[in-house]
Design a protein around this ligand. Sequence first.
Ligand SMILES: [Zn+2]
Length: 338
Amino acid sequence: MRGAVIHAPGDVRFETVDDPKIIYPTDAVIRMAVTCVCGSDLWPYRGAEPVGDPHPMGHEYVGFVEEVGSAVTAVRPGQFVVGSFATSDNTCANCANGFQSNCLHREFMSTCQAEYVRIPNAQGTLVATKDVPDESLWPGLLAVSDVMGTGWWAADAAEVKPGSTAVVVGDGAVGLCAVIAAKELGAERIIAMSRHASRQELARAFGATDIVAERGEEGVERIKELTGGIGADSVLECVGTGESMLQALHSARPGGNVGFVGVPHDVAVDGQELFFSHVGLRGGPAPVRHYLPDLIERVLTRRIDPGQVFDLTLSLDQVAEGYKAMDERRAIKTLLQP
Ligand SMILES: [Zn+2]
């Protein structure tokens, strides 16, 4: 089969790779319905993370079950399935606690920008829909496998409650999905921090009530002006840089919470400052599997439409252009069709 392979920063190629096979009885192989490029794929693409030897890319997927191992009974060939970028058995103690992305048998997906993919822990990871959903719903379900699940986790970790005020730091796909999550969880005021007109517009369509274009301490000042001088109840950090983390921590009120879901790069938090701020901090890779049944239902009933974050659709063999468009910020998120 063919799939995306990164050779060096800026160098992603679509080439022939090994066909995935069932290795363990707990595996499944799925045929990709649609996949995509993630903002976090840009870290190695931009050289912010070492690439090392050439390797496949991609961790977001929805598809059709092709084959299952002997221990997999929850899904069967032909079914349309949604999963998570972190696989999980869904039975261990961490899974039972709702932290499937810290499953004791976790394996991160990393080969999804391809025609087929092997899913470890398929029994606990994959959720099948009742029927094959209308194709118009595939982008939304694909978003659920990572960015929508991650945005939901940001809101959950930041303890967004009905009637509360939420600030979203970051206007990438996760940040925009975090706006959806904050709205669904009942935030009354949702302040999106964004400098880009098209992303501001989508944030408003998803439920943002205010936009703050300023960044850094200037942005924090604007948030304070909008929140009676104290900061927001919940801040959803969806970037992962040192600057965005400080912006998030400083935008939360004493007693407020920051949920951080952008993979941290050069982030340092000062212990004394955190201590005296009274701000709660929780983050990590989203336990997407925990949210899957609920989020799939919200997409299938068209209550939410996170598929709108895909503003560029390419065929899978154009994956290199998909990376380039996102790197140059010409696209929020690239959908890839096999
Ligand atoms: Zn587990």
